[in-house]
Design a protein around this ligand. Structure first.
Ligand code: B4P
Length: 185
């Protein structure tokens, strides 16, 4: 199975949910930039203080800050890994490519989880995290369309994009992802 992966999709598509399932099942390192940032916020670190207000507005935290978090995790890593919620724009994707070239661990697949807006809004409202209220969700969607969605074409043109229907239940989405990852390169 492919073991160097990233998950792409709008907020609430289930990136975190599916990445956790796959990481547990195949003992992969799972790096969620959202979770790592929330840990910094909970610890009230300098980085967390900078990130907190930005996250609660539904905007993207600075590339510099996110890149430093990811780089410190990926350098020296040996086992497979999956990135969830990163990259979120072309600048981050370019920096990731340079980092992966440096450590000779090229990306093997990008999982794009597609989902209808009405379903993702319902899911996020019922989760109820601090940034899961209607206005912030709308803004996060706008940020996704403007800044993150261009990565679809970016990875599609590299021939490593796998598109998954995320509207179904968790188990079904998960089995579709595994099927895609187990097909030959
Ligand atoms: P993230 O933490 O990445 O969160 P997300 O996009 O909202 O959620 P995800 O798609 O992982 O959904 P989940 O599985 O949890 O980002 C939060 C913020 O952090 C961003 O707005 C930004 O400010 C900052 N940030 C993160 N990365 C950044 C970066 N690289 N650069 C800059 N800023 C960054 O699923 C959502 C809910 O749906 C859950 O309750 C789940 O249980 C449920 N669910 C999932 N799949 C389901 C299914 N198939 N059926 C029913 N329910 C399902």
């Amino acid at each position: 199975m492919k073991q160097r992966l990233l998950f792409l999709g709008p907020p609430g598509a289930g990136k975190g949910t599916q990445a956790s399932l796959l990481a547990n099942k195949y003992s992969l390192n799972h790096f969620s930039t959202g979770d790592l940032l929330r840990e910094e916020v909970a610890a009230n670190s300098e980085l967390g203080q900078q990130a907190s207000e930005i996250m609660n507005k539904g905007e993207l935290v600075s590339d510099e800050l996110v890149l430093s978090i990811v780089e410190s995790r990926l350098i020296g890593i040996e086992k497979g890994w999956l990135l969830d919620g990163f990259p979120r724009n072309i600048v981050q994707a370019t920096a990731l490519r340079a980092l992966l070239d440096k450590i000779s661990q090229p990306l093997q697949a990008v999982i794009l989880i597609r989902i209808q807006d009405s379903i993702l809004i319902e899911r996020l409202l019922s989760r109820g995290r601090e940034d899961d209220n209607e206005n912030v969700i709308k803004h996060r969607l706008e940020v996704y369309r403007n800044q993150t969605a261009p990565l679809i074409e970016h990875y599609s043109s590299q021939g490593i994009l796998k598109v998954i229907d995320g509207n179904a239940d968790i188990e079904l989405v998960s089995s579709c992802i595994e099927k895609e990852l187990c097909t030959s390169i």
